[in-house]
Design a binder for this molecule. Structure first.
Ligand code: CTP
Length: 430
């Protein structure tokens, strides 16, 4: 399919530029020849020497290079290819392409070419979702530019959502599609932002651990990273929901488009959740500490005696149970809990569904080697009154997207009975 095809690959400056090296190899394996042009910013991420070694061709970087222009002028270079691919395509190069700017070698080639162009965007999720970028993408599509990706996932910067560059083999498939090979079903050219399937719905999400103070400098905590809860909040917001995220201490950035309330202890999380009712749905992904120290010391505990101090514990309020069993006027229509189990995952989750009074339980495996705590993937079962769905191991972003889609489907099926809610001003610490 790609044998003898000439690809001009424009590499712009993003962390995903390292994947372009693999893309070059995959294209050459398939018999294509690849010439590359790099922006100045791309040279900060991969060197022209690596690109040239892998492509076996000279790399174009400088529009004013007399030697390059003498060998093959930029107009000739831009027309010599069968297809021009921009990977990674940063927000900046998309903006310059949409404007028709030609202020460096890469954009000059893109403006001068008379060949089809395929771009693989890669950028931070907020930059991708920004109206300016979406406007530029729309403009480029109208101009006939094809897109592959971006994919959903965790960014190099730690945020979740759409913005990751498509994988090299996905880009290869999209290139083959340009030459007439049918595109694999899962690979849409430009993944549309999810439909606004939760517009008008208000959802509370809890995430992260809680810190239970022992004294002013010490606390009891757990290993939750908050990645799953934050990804759920982001996925719900991407579908148009008004999302209130109540999070314990985590080292993640606040998800885009989400009102985030930062709390420390279980009791703060409890108040923030109740203060934000009513809501259409509430998702309890936080790993709330079951116990706190009964009496928090007002001064730092000192090693004054020979015997270490004894910590007397008191049980924390169960936020999930309290909201699931609150009066019908305040109870969200859909209450979803999480269950972290090391064995008998589904059986324990079914028991928890009944004992907590919630509607669904997302049961996850946290046994040894499961990668769930702090990791990027999760294996879950969605346990409902009417049955259990076993989901394969997926990234936390994919679990979040699936769950958000199930929630949207739930509301579209039960739409007539759902009450409309007014947003409330939160008194929580934010
Ligand atoms: N949860 C909560 N408030 C608490 C404790 C738990 O909201 N004080 C929520 C969690 O966010 C999660 C679910 O309840 O959705 C987990 O239930 P929990 O009883 O904590 O589960 P385990 O700790 O796994 O319980 P057990 O040790 O009994 O298995």
């Amino acid at each position: 399919m790609l044998k003898g095809k000439r690809i001009l690959l424009v590499i712009s400056g993003g962390i995903a530029a390292y994947k372009s090296l693999e893309l070059i190899r995959r294209l050459r394996e398939r018999g294509a020849s690849v010439r590359c042009a790099m922006t100045k910013a791309a040279e900060q991420f991969v060197t022209p020497l690596s690109v040239s070694s892998l492509s076996g061709e000279k790399v174009s970087t400088d529009i004013f290079s007399l030697t390059d222009e003498a060998e093959m002028g930029h107009i000739e270079l831009s027309r010599d290819a069968d297809l021009v691919v921009v990977a990674p395509a940063t927000a900046n190069i998309l903006a310059r392409m949409a404007q028709g700017l030609a202020d460096d070698m890469a954009t000059t080639l893109l403006l001068a070419t008379d060949k089809p162009i395929l771009v693989a965007p890669a950028m931070n999720v907020r930059m991708w979702l920004h109206p300016a970028t979406q406007r530029n993408v729309e403009q480029l599509k109208q101009d006939g530019v094809a897109f592959v990706g971006p994919n959903d996932g965790e960014m190099a910067c730690g945020e979740y959502g759409p913005g990751r560059m498509a994988e090299p083999l996905e880009i290869v498939a999209a290139i083959e599609a340009q030459f007439g090979k049918p595109l694999p079903k899962h690979l849409m050219l430009v993944q549309p932002p999810p439909a606004q399937s939760l517009k008008g719905r208000k959802v509370i999400v809890t995430s992260g651990p809680t810190h239970e103070p022992i004294d002013p400098v010490r606390y009891i905590a757990n290993r939750s990273s908050g990645k799953q809860g934050h990804a759920i909040a982001a996925a719900l917001a991407a579908r148009g929901a008004e999302v209130i995220l109540v999070t314990g201490p985590v080292s993640l950035p606040d998800p885009p488009g989400v009102k985030t309330i930062h709390v420390e202890a279980a009791r703060d999380m409890f108040s923030a959740c109740f203060l934000n009712l009513p809501a259409d749905a509430a998702i309890f992904a936080a790993a709330v500490a079951d116990w706190r120290v009964a009496v928090e010391a007002s001064q730092k505990l000192k090693k004054t005696s020979d015997t270490p101090p004894t910590l007397r514990l008191a049980e924390n309020p169960d936020i999930l149970r309290a909201i699931a069993t609150t009066d019908a006027k305040r109870r969200p229509t859909l209450v979803v809990g999480f269950a972290a189990e090391t064995e008998n995952v589904v059986a324990y989750a079914k028991k928890k569904l009944a004992s907590k009074g919630c509607d669904w339980i997302v049961a996850n495996h946290v046994g040894e080697g499961s990668d769930t705590f702090g990791g990027d993937s999760n294996r879950v079962h969605l346990v409902r009154q009417d049955g259990v769905e076993d989901w394969p191991r997926m990234s936390k972003a994919e679990v979040a997207a699936q769950l958000a889609d199930r929630i949207a489907a739930f509301f579209s099926e039960s739409a007539p009975v759902v009450k409309l809610t007014k947003p409330k001003i939160s008194k929580g610490r934010s």
